[in-house]
Design a protein around this ligand. Structure first.
Ligand code: AHM
Ligand code: MG
Length: 339
């Protein structure tokens, strides 16, 4: 911890000063996200005690059982941002449709897209989960209700992204395109304090992270690429990697961001004629791709940069390869050569 305590608010304001034309709206929006994160963190810390574990009895747009926590966190992020006049439209992984714009949202300049709790099934067994968010400028005119058009922007148009990891401590990591910075929640102060300034992915990676039980559903290229990562392919791996997989994307990404590595969730050929990706472009892949790029890494769908993909629907899914650039580019090469 640095000797001078820098709160997240202080840090956001300092970043804002680099833009003399800034009005402060964007800074406050990031601070609203941090506040919602604190509310969720507080609830997660007491998770085993209240009546908040388990299923809510509802099903989300992906056809998955919603957990009470998904609903709680979703409401926290929406409530914190629907009255401020900073956000014009919101989309949440948990909701079928976009968040219905309130009167106050009509004047909002920004688009907020989030996955309130990613990996939520891990909460019931006390394993880290995360929130992922991204911010865009809206396309439709301020003063009107925001629409889907505002949400369907490629990641390269993003103005900020970040995640919160609810782990052994709670951390918020964010970027506005000017470095990636990590803050740890000081529970007695109730403040996020700068603990990881200017995060860069280490040049020599340590880990590969994937759900290897799907090996039989992978393409030949992905099977061969995995053997490469294990040091078993004819092409030599220049270092030794170890395997780590939490099954909670933010946790897997965060570990690899700090220690170097690749996370991948490729297409699964459960049906040979209809391979399917799992992770969502807007809620998960694009924001983490923005963070990876800011830290010197790279994210791809196996063929192109995640940040270049033009979304066609808010719940669109993509294959994801993310982490150290050389490892992600190597995945692209294996896919090109072996399918
Ligand atoms: P969710 O959005 O329904 O929580 O699913 C996303 C999660 C990611 O956190 C994680 O990387 C992945 O699903 C794990 O999937 P699997 O259990 O198939 O390995
Ligand atoms: Mg998710």
């Amino acid at each position: 911890m640095p000797t001078q305590l820098i709160t997240i608010e202080h840090h956001i304001l300092e970043q804002e000063r680099a833009y003399p034309e800034a009005t402060g709206v964007f800074s406050n929006l990031l601070y609203d996200v941090a506040l919602a994160a604190k509310i969720v963190a507080r609830e997660i810390q007491r998770a085993g005690l209240g009546n908040i574990l388990g299923k809510s009895g509802t099903v989300n747009v992906q056809g998955e059982q919603q957990l009470k926590f998904d609903v709680f966190a979703n409401d926290a992020f929406i409530n914190m941002n629907s009255f401020t006049g900073r956000v014009g439209i919101m989309a949440s992984e948990e909701l079928d449709d976009l968040v219905t714009p309130t009167e106050a949202m009509k004047s909002g300049k920004y688009v907020l897209i989030f996955d309130p709790i990613d990996g939520s099934s891990n909460i019931d067994v006390n394993v880290s989960v995360g929130t992922v968010f991204s911010v865009y400028r809206r396309k439709t005119p301020v003063g009107t209700a925001g629409t889907q058009e505002d949400c369907l922007q490629p990641g390269k148009e993003m103005v900020a992204a970040g995640y919160i990891i609810y782990g052994s401590s709670t951390m918020m990591v964010y970027s506005t395109g000017n470095g990636v910075h990590g803050f740890t929640l000081e529970p007695t102060l109730g403040e996020f304090l700068l603990s990881h300034p200017n995060i860069q992915i280490p040049e020599i990676p340590k880990y590969y992270s994937t759900n290897e039980s799907y090996n039989k559903y992978w393409s030949a290229g992905i099977q061969k690429y995995t053997r490469y990562l294990q040091g078993l392919d004819s092409q030599a791996l220049p270092y030794k990697l170890s395997a780590r997989y939490v099954g909670s994307l933010v946790s897997d990404f965060h570990r690899n961001l700090l220690q170097g590595g690749i996370f991948y969730y490729p297409l699964l050929y459960k049906d040979l004629n209809n391979p399917k990706p799992k992770l969502r472009l807007l809620y998960e892949a694009a924001p983490l791709a923005f963070i990876a790029r800011g830290a010197g890494g790279y994210a791809s769908d196996g063929e192109q940069s995640i940040l270049d993909i033009q979304p066609e629907s808010v719940h669109q899914r993509v294959p994801l390869f993310i982490g150290n650039r050389d490892l992600v580019e190597k995945a692209e090469e294996y896919i090109r050569n072996y399918g």
